[in-house]
Design a protein around this ligand. Structure first.
Ligand code: B12
Ligand code: SF4
Length: 483
């Protein structure tokens, strides 16, 4: 029998270059919330999660067998190729195609051009609740807020969908829609622990120029679930589904200090045993909070370090002082919580000196883990409008692990790549030769000279040749230092 709506997560773990060594699957929370609403409304709904499937063809066979009236697909910038393929297939079957997610919310036209019938802009729960009956009955959806669709060859945008105010009403996503066991077991097999994702708030009140979160899907606001509501979900995830790690995917988990305290206390009071990690800003933590977080199981905090140079943080509109980052990050380590920092290089204004400031800051903080990205302009952001592209902005996402500079800059891609490698080696050296200072000093001096030359001579050389020489040098350094 045909179903009313099939929701598709077009992400395939096996094709993700970042998942080659250890698999870390994350549940499609957005679709689990959308599915929950539709199930509550009494529709026949199913979620096709491609995460563990082996090919698009396998997914297509399943879609065909379900013969859905509507197909709802989630998308983000890295998934557009697969989404395009599923849109074409959906059209072939004669299903009505509805797209939602961060990227469609930022550029709905792109998906309409690919053949989607409707794009849901922003938060999807209320919009789909009103849209699906229109789709099934063939009614005009013009009164449904938060939509983009094509009418008489022009794109129609209905008024913006107001933000959901009562997030407690939504509560937890519907985990019965996915194969929870498969997620848990994959984590256990590859990591020795099982991690689940939970979202306790929506939106971010900050407005960093490179980030699309304050624009879509949840906007520049802050709506949160009560501590009881959150811990009810944690209890379910830990006790019913058997996960022992939680990753809070909130944009800035600790924005509301009182609520964070209440969540920690509720976890402790209920005696729930699990470890957790979250994303937040280093200026939104303090000693008391960190101690309590640690006591309730927090083992790692992911901080956006972005840059160690105040001028770059200001250019990003980070609303953050280097000093505040230093204080927050060191305090976190002191509380016994590991820190993982996200660092970006190549933001407009970056130069040799600002890179060195970032390196010095990182050496001072010595994060337990860190990851680098070369600044990438997401559509809809201020950064996107600011830069002059030298390459197709979409080409980057064909292979997200191969991050490279996409816009005109004073500093070449090779210098940024060199800096990333240099920093990785220097931090590793620092860890290894904490007492004997010499090897680090020697390496530091030599690599600084190279970096300076690279940064100064943007556009003057054939960088491909140069980068081969530099890579050879770095490989040599790595070999000799880590024998
Ligand atoms: C958790 C997370 C991850 C996890 C994976 C999560 C997953 N299952 O895919 C990890 C850590 C792996 C990850 C990686 C990356 N991520 Co990420 N990630 C997030 C984060 C923090 C939360 C996502 C989430 O669970 N949201 C909660 C759910 C409820 O929201 P949602 O999915 O958006 O769904 C709602 C609406 O969008 C809408 N909706 C969504 N789909 C649909 C479908 C239909 C039919 C309907 C009607 C509605 C609808 O309704 C839902 C409920 O309201 C977001 C930030 C954020 N605030 O969302 C970034 C975010 C999604 N990531 C982003 C990026 C850029 C990346 C990376 C490319 C980063 C990098 N440089 O490597 C990689 C890409 C990985 C890959 N291979 O695809 C961007 C995407 C930007 C864009 N324009 O697409 C975001 C928005 C952050 C940002 N602003 O930079 N990420
Ligand atoms: S980077 Fe973090 S703090 Fe800045 S706007 Fe995005 S989510 Fe908010």
């Amino acid at each position: 029998m045909a179903i009313d709506c099939l929701l598709i997560n077009p992400y395939f773990l096996r094709f993700d270059p970042t998942q080659k060594s250890k698999r870390s699957p994350y549940e499609p929370l957005g679709l689990m919330y959308i599915g929950k609403v539709l199930k509550n409304e009494g529709y026949r709904v199913s979620l096709l999660d491609c995460t563990f499937l082996s090919s698009v063809d396998e997914a297509k066979d399943i879609i065909k067998s379900l013969n859905p009236t509507a197909i709802g697909i989630t998308s983000k910038i890295t998934l557009t190729k697969n989404v395009a393929e599923f849109i074409s297939f959906s059209k072939l079957l004669g299903s009505v195609t509805i797209i939602g997610g961060p990227d469609p919310s930022l550029r709905p036209e792109r998906y309409l051009r690919l053949g989607a019938d409707f794009v849901v802009i922003g938060e999807g729960e209320e919009t789909i609740r009103e849209l699906l009956p229109c789709v099934i009955k063939g009614d005009d959806p013009s009164n449904v807020k938060g939509l983009a669709f094509i009418k008489k060859n022009t794109i129609v945008y209905t008024p913006a969908r107001p933000f959901i105010k009562d997030f407690d009403k939504l509560g937890a996503p519907d985990r019965s829609l996915i194969d929870v066991d498969k997620y848990r077991n994959t984590w256990l097999e590859d990591h020795g622990f099982a991690m689940a994702t939970v979202m306790t708030s929506r939106g971010c009140p900050y407005s960093c120029n490179f980030c699309s979160n304050p624009i879509a899907p949840f906007g520049r606001r802050y709506t949160y679930r009560s501590s009881k509501n959150v811990v009810d979900e944690l209890e379910e995830v830990v006790l019913k589904y058997g996960f022992d790690r939680i990753w809070f995917a909130d944009d800035v988990f600790t924005i509301n200090r009182e609520r964070t305290i209440a969540i920690c206390k509720e976890i402790i009071d209920r005696g729930l045993q699990f470890k957790w990690s979250c994303l937040t800003r280093a200026d939104r933590v303090d000693e008391y909070l960190l101690k309590l977080m640690k006591k309730s199981g927090c083992e790692e905090i992911f901080y956006g370090l972005e840059s160690g140079a105040q001028e770059i943080l200001d250019a990003m509109n980070r609303n953050m002082k280097v000093e505040a980052m230093r204080r927050g990050m060191l305090m976190t380590k002191k509380a016994g919580i590991r820190i993982h920092t996200f660092v970006q290089v190549g933001y407009p204004g970056e130069n040799y000196r600002t890179l060195i400031k970032t390196l010095e800051f990182m050496k001072e903080i010595m994060p337990d883990e860190f990851s680098f990205t070369i600044s990438y302009p997401l559509p809809g952001t201020k950064l996107y409008d600011l830069v002059e592209f030298i390459d197709d902005p979409d080409s980057e996402w064909d292979s997200p692990s191969e991050n490279r500079l996409l816009f005109k800059s004073d500093i070449p891609n090779t210098a940024l790549r060199f800096f990333i490698k240099k920093t990785k080696i220097e931090l590793a050296l620092r860890r290894r030769y904490r007492k004997a200072k010499l090897p680090e000093k020697v390496f530091n001096r030599l690599s600084n000279v190279i970096l300076k030359l690279l940064a100064r001579s943007a556009g003057k050389y054939d960088w491909n040749k140069r980068s081969q020489i530099i890579s050879r040098y770095l490989r040599y350094e790595q070999k000799t230092r880590f024998r």
